[in-house]
Design a protein around this ligand. Structure first.
Ligand code: GRF
Length: 234
């Protein structure tokens, strides 16, 4: 059975689109039951509607506390048919979540961050990395815990930074990789291959015969090092 997922967005939703595309291509064994946004103008909602995916808007400004908002978020996700065996994906969801949200879905909430954590957490990950002058940056998919951009790491992709490159250009290159590592991480979750041991996420071998991409881990187009390596289709 396809893994039921809820996707949370606040903006453009290109990561949501990457999930939709991989599902429609038959590479990701998941079904998006609902897309929830805390902003009614989020383009991610339009992307969902274009694919006839149910949407919900929950305006955080209308709730008296983070906990009250999270309670409603949990209700919306459960009503859509996503329960403990499903997953919740924070795909550009610009909210700090509380235990009220995390407890019901513990170990099943995944976030994508546009930097190599633990460096450059927060909303300006790409720009902060570029401004700092790092030589390598990238993106991280991780399980979500109570602290922002902090939970156990599932997969990371590292890219060389180009001289003089600003946050926007670096962010655009990183975003292309986000669109590959996030669906891959979700497919591992759907296959039951991710085992959490404290901070460590162990990737179990595939039960079927799966080819790793050639040049294991190093993507020749983008010069990115991706680890664990992407598998066929991602
Ligand atoms: C991505 O860079 C993601 O890593 C960050 O917010 C951005 C969202 O982009 N958390 P999009 O809405 O998926 O296009």
């Amino acid at each position: 059975m396809a893994m039921p997922i809820a996707v949370l967005v606040s903006g453009g939703g290109s990561n949501l689109q990457s999930i939709i595309d991989r599902i429609e291509a038959g590479m990701l064994d998941a079904e998006i039951k609902v897309v929830v946004s805390n902003r009614e103008d989020a383009y991610g909602l339009t992307r969902a509607r274009n694919h006839r995916i149910p949407t919900r808007v929950l305006l955080h400004t209308e709730f008296p506390s983070r906990e009250a908002f999270d309670e409603e978020l949990v209700r919306a996700i459960r009503e859509s048919g996503v329960h403990e065996s499903g997953a919740v994906v924070m795909a550009g969801f610009m909210r700090i979540v509380t235990p009220v949200f995390l407890e019901p879905f513990r170990g099943r909430v995944v976030n994508i961050h546009p930097a190599l954590l633990p460096s450059f957490p927060g909303v300006r990950g790409q720009a902060d990395a570029a401004d700092y002058g790092v030589k390598i940056s990238g993106c991280t998919v991780h399980f979500v815990d109570e602290q922002m951009d902090h939970g156990p790491v599932i997969i990371q992709a590292a890219v060389p930074c180009q001289p003089g490159e600003g946050g926007d250009a670096l962010g655009a290159r990183i975003l292309k990789l986000e669109h590959r590592v996030l669906p891959q991480a979700l497919q591992w979750l759907a296959e039951g291959r991710l085992e959490q041991r404290g901070r460590f996420v162990h990737l179990k071998p595939a039960s079927r015969n799966l080819a790793m991409q050639p040049s294991a881990g190093v993507d020749t187009d983008t010069q990115a090092l991706v680890w664990p390596p992407l598998e066929d289709g991602f």
